[in-house]
Design a protein. Structure first.
Length: 181
């Protein structure tokens, strides 16, 4: 039984290593062509919105009754429409995603700065403040330079995320044998 578990573990580590290498390659490609990666990300988000809206619409009509049924139908139709719009016009969709990214970064920054003044966080308050300040600066850079940032910001973020995730998965798969023996 132990040999079977070890053999499955080796197979999973090989698949994880392959996946990590693939993520690293995709991250490098996204960083090399951030505009293409931004447009591709916009199309993928649009497809996800269409799929999610279709599932939500289907689920809404599977309900027998309920007060929220028509609200779910409305949200599902809105998601489908937004997804179709993003797939049909990925450049305009990229502006929306970049605006959303800037707003999320700014909101995260404000939250971090507010939490830095909460004494219940003890000595970690300084790190909350630094992280909040950096997020606020990044959010401000995106929001106040929106049209200059649209082309590649999402692609760069996706590329960095893929690269870091790929390296992490690859290292974890390489460390696997030592952790199991």
């Amino acid at each position: 039984m132990t040999e079977t578990v070890q053999s499955v573990g080796r197979g999973l580590r090989m698949v994880s290593a392959f996946y990590g290498i693939l993520m690293i390659i995709c991250g490098m490609v996204a960083l090399a062509a951030p505009v293409v990666a931004t447009l591709a990300t916009t199309v993928v988000v649009g497809i996800a919105l269409i799929a999610g809206g279709a599932v939500g619409l289907f689920a809404s009509f599977q309900e027998r009754s309920g007060n929220g049924r028509w609200l779910n139908v409305l949200w599902s139709l809105l998601a489908i429409g937004l997804g179709i719009w993003m797939v049909a016009q990925p450049g305009v969709g990229a502006v929306s995603l970049t605006l959303l990214l800037g707003a999320v970064l700014a909101a995260r920054g404000v939250t971090g700065l507010i939490l830095a003044f909460d004494s219940s966080f003890g000595s970690s308050r300084i790190w909350l403040g630094i992280g909040g300040l950096l997020s606020l600066i990044l959010g401000g850079m995106v929001l106040f330079n929106l049209m200059e940032m649209v082309g590649g910001t999402i692609g760069i973020f996706v590329g960095v995320d893929f690269l870091i995730t790929g390296i992490t998965i690859l290292l974890a798969s390489m460390m696997g044998p030592r952790a199991t023996t």
